[in-house]
Design a protein around this ligand. Structure first.
Ligand SMILES: N[C@@H](CCC(=O)N[C@@H](CS)C(=O)NCC(=O)O)C(=O)O
Length: 250
């Protein structure tokens, strides 16, 4: 067991950071967080995350970037409760759904919706490209929801207990809500009920307070405001003052 809390670098509003924090909370692993908006990372951040993305995990042994790698590591190091199904077929399906969420849902919910409506405005002071948002809402998200409607159960979680698949999928709907997108329950009744159920789980509900605060606080004041609200903010920060464009495009 680690003596020093695990360090997480990454903003509460990132779906990938949320995924890792939910796993840490479920496993009861103590952590501190530097709630970094990735575009505000300094030169040292580039050394930790060469593609300048969050989350990053630093503990007594390893430094890892990428939420899936981090979650698998946490599962291996802190096996209880298990968040990957035991059955090998279910485990493979869970990993597929995690991958689908990280890539396709990330592309559409984050880059085409959240980035256009929130990051462009608040980080870069740029206008929204409404055509990108419209295509996301009218074509891309509906096709994702059509697929998820064939996958999610009418009750409970995907594979019995809450798993990495549920966490990886549900996290994007929190960002969708910040971008004022809600699932139409008449068209996708199973997905709408499933998302509501998973986001009501303890760790998702606990983190919402810090996400709401982040969403209404200027970036340069977030550390202070979050700390005052009881978030486990790290002493060290990788934040600088001038935003930098990302390394990867998608
Ligand atoms: N595959 C990565 C994706 C992480 C990711 O895209 N994070 C976003 C924040 S939501 C980021 O850091 N974006 C900055 C950029 O792409 O330049 C993971 O699962 O951790």
């Amino acid at each position: 067991m680690t003596t020093r809390p695990v360090q997480i670098i990454g903003a509460y509003l990132s779906p990938y950071v949320r995924k890792v924090l939910v796993v840490l909370e479920l496993k009861g692993v103590a952590y501190e967080i530097d709630p970094l908006t990735p575009f505000m990372g300094d030169d040292r951040f580039s050394l930790l995350s060469p593609v300048r993305r969050v989350p990053v995990l630093i503990d007594d042994v390893v430094t890892l970037a990428d939420s899936s790698v981090i979650c698998q590591y946490l599962e291996d190091r802190y096996p209880k409760p298990a968040l990957y199904p035991i059955d090998i077929f279910d485990r493979a399906r869970a990993r597929w759904l995690e991958e689908y969420a990280d890539t396709r849902m990330g592309e559409v919910f984050i880059w085409h919706l959240f980035n256009q409506l929130i990051i462009k405005r608040f980080v870069w002071g740029e206008p929204t490209d409404q055509a990108v948002v419209d295509r996301a809402k009218n074509e891309e998200i509906p096709s994702i929801l059509d697929y998820l409607e064939t996958q999610v159960p009418a009750s409970n979680c995907l594979f019995g207990d809450l798993s990495i698949a549920d966490i990886s999928i549900a996290t994007f709907f929190r960002n969708a809500a910040y971008a004022r997108y809600a699932v139409d329950a008449r068209r996708w009744p199973k997905v709408a009920a499933y998302v509501e159920r998973i986001l009501a789980e303890g760790p998702f509900a606990k983190l919402k307070k810090f996400e709401d605060l982040s969403s209404r606080t200027p970036i340069d004041q977030q550390r202070t405001v979050l700390r005052e609200a009881g978030a486990p903010i790290s002493v060290e920060t990788y934040m600088t003052t001038q935003p930098r464009r990302g390394v990867l495009q998608i």
